[in-house]
Design a protein. Structure first.
Length: 344
């Protein structure tokens, strides 16, 4: 692609532009301007560009629900009319209960910070859902344990989550401390994109304010938690793209109270790699690892080399995934999507 100057090209790179997106451009599109979606509202969108933020007029019949914060789009430079969206490197999406189409959360995210806190909010089973969600999207998950300054020892909380997935990185920090930015710096370099997910009240907004070094006037609002159950209130109500220290970008998301498992079979295999590796050794190809003779997974549990609790949690998530994932059936070229539901 030909840019007006090396400076513009460098600025695109700091926004997260890479060869992956450059390779998608047709020679006829060299006159179009690449921009990155910064906010998505019901009837409008804004974007970041080398020349600064821009509001994007929508083409007729365009649906903002088809775009995610972090998307790269091509626009007419004079009118800023959106022409098309480029293919995504990664996509975080979830299927809400009763919905036939997934809800887009964030696009082109390099690292997903799964934020929880050193209190009763920490729930290993819920974190496994987030990990499968990140794995399926193709992002690198990092668990961030906040409020480490509010407990005598963060070690027990660290040990609860350190073994949830092979190679998983876990960090502890005080989200309001300037040192938090240094702790997370390895994932927040120039042109890198991180997203923050987690329950309400765990410190996502506080952490974003620290990473972005926002002034009190520009800071994201934060909320306290209820002492009785460590639950928080939603303070972030929409997704948005923010510049952060180190030259990277952060996508903040509203707190997710319930993360339904759907369309994440590959993500579950990464999360439960020790089970996925044993499954081909089972006598039956469709083994559920619950009662079948010749089950290699159950044999490993009996031998004490595999955690039975992990198998139970895998079984629950795998069944939920099968129940919630729509089926594509019918002859080739005429596939029909069937609504998810219980299957035998």
């Amino acid at each position: 692609m030909t840019h007006s100057s090396d400076q513009a090209s460098a600025t695109l790179a700091t926004l997260g532009w890479s060869a992956f997106f450059d390779d998608q451009l047709d020679p006829a599109e060299t006159g179009l301007a690449p921009m990155r979606i910064a906010t998505v509202h019901r009837a409008r969108m804004t974007a970041e560009s080398p020349s600064g933020p821009a509001r994007l007029p929508l083409p007729v019949h365009a649906n903002t629900g088809d775009y995610a914060v972090g998307d790269w789009v091509l626009v007419e430079p004079d009118t800023r009319m959106l022409v098309r969206r480029l293919e995504r490197k990664t996509l975080l999406q979830r299927r809400t209960e009763g919905s036939r189409t997934p809800q887009l959360i964030a696009a082109n995210v390099d690292t997903l910070f799964i934020v929880t806190s050193c209190n009763d909010d920490l729930n290993a089973a819920r974190l496994e859902r987030y990990l499968a969600f990140a794995n399926e999207a193709g992002t690198t998950p990092v668990i961030v344990l906040t409020k480490a300054d509010q407990v005598p020892d963060a070690g027990p909380y660290l040990r609860q989550v350190a073994g949830l997935q092979r190679g998983l990185r876990v960090v502890t920090l005080n989200a309001r401390s300037p040192e938090a930015a240094a702790t997370l710096a390895p994932w927040c370099g120039a042109g890198r994109t991180i997203a923050l997910v987690g329950s309400s009240g765990v410190g996502k907004s506080s952490l974003l304010n620290t990473l972005a070094a926002k002034s009190p006037e520009a800071a994201q609002p934060t909320g306290s938690i209820r002492e009785a159950d460590a639950k928080g209130r939603h303070t972030t109500t929409s997704r948005s793209l923010h510049a952060i220290a180190g030259g990277g970008w952060a996508i903040d998301t509203p707190g997710i109270r319930t993360l339904h498992v759907s369309d994440i079979a590959a993500g579950l295999d990464v999360l439960f790699a020790e089970i996925a590796e044993l499954a081909p050794l089972c006598r039956f190809g469709d083994c559920t690892h619950s009662h079948e003779p010749g089950c290699a997974v159950l044999a490993a549990v009996a031998a004490g080399t595999l955690d039975g609790g992990r198998v139970e949690r895998w079984r629950k998530l795998a069944e939920e995934n099968r129940s919630n994932t729509p089926l594509r059936s019918g002859p080739r070229g005429n596939k029909v999507t069937r609504a998810p539901g219980k299957r035998r």
